[in-house]
Write a protein that binds this ligand. Structure first.
Ligand SMILES: [Fe+2]
Length: 161
């Protein structure tokens, strides 16, 4: 799997979790949300630390800045949701906001960034990038709950390296 295929597979995974979460209730809903939060925490980290810096030439600074601002917005909603009970009235509304943000993120990346990144980087570069991205993902997942780092990342957008 190359770097873009890896990110696309993570997008599909999160979309599927959102669909399941919509139909769940109580403890099952909480567990599905936690899986979404873990998946998005890992996804945001590998994009910010590896994919965005490597594909910097594929888009303008403005678009890159928008991407990390989108991640920040997602992290803030995730941090709110982590403190809520799924039975609370606002829980579903916040999940929906998160889902909308993720949808927008996916459309922007798959609609334009990934195509440009594929033209910018060679197959070998995309493969090497996937290796470092998978390493970081494994490292974050080894801790058990990658979502735990999200509340500490809600102050400002991740720096552009
Ligand atoms: Fe993404």
């Amino acid at each position: 799997m190359d770097a873009i295929e890896l990110l696309e597979s993570q997008h599909r995974e999160v979309e599927a979790l959102f669909r399941k979460c919509e139909k769940a209730n109580g403890e099952a809903k909480r567990q599905l949300f936690e899986k979404i939060a873990d998946a998005l925490a890992v996804h945001a980290a590998i994009e910010e630390k590896h994919f965005y810096p490597a594909t910097r030439g594929a888009r303008s600074e403005d678009l890159l800045q928008e991407a990390v601002e989108d991640h920040l917005a997602m992290k803030r909603i995730i941090a709110d949701l982590l403190e809520m009970d799924p039975a609370e009235a606002q829980f579903d509304a916040k999940i929906k906001m998160l889902q909308d943000l993720v949808e927008r993120h996916v459309q922007e990346e798959e609609g334009s960034l990934f195509g440009r990144a594929r033209r910018l980087l060679s197959e070998d570069e995309l493969f090497d990038l996937s290796v470092v991205m998978e390493d970081l993902a494994a490292e974050l997942k080894a801790g058990g709950s990658p979502r735990d780092s999200v509340p500490g990342e809600t102050g400002e957008a991740a720096p552009l390296q």
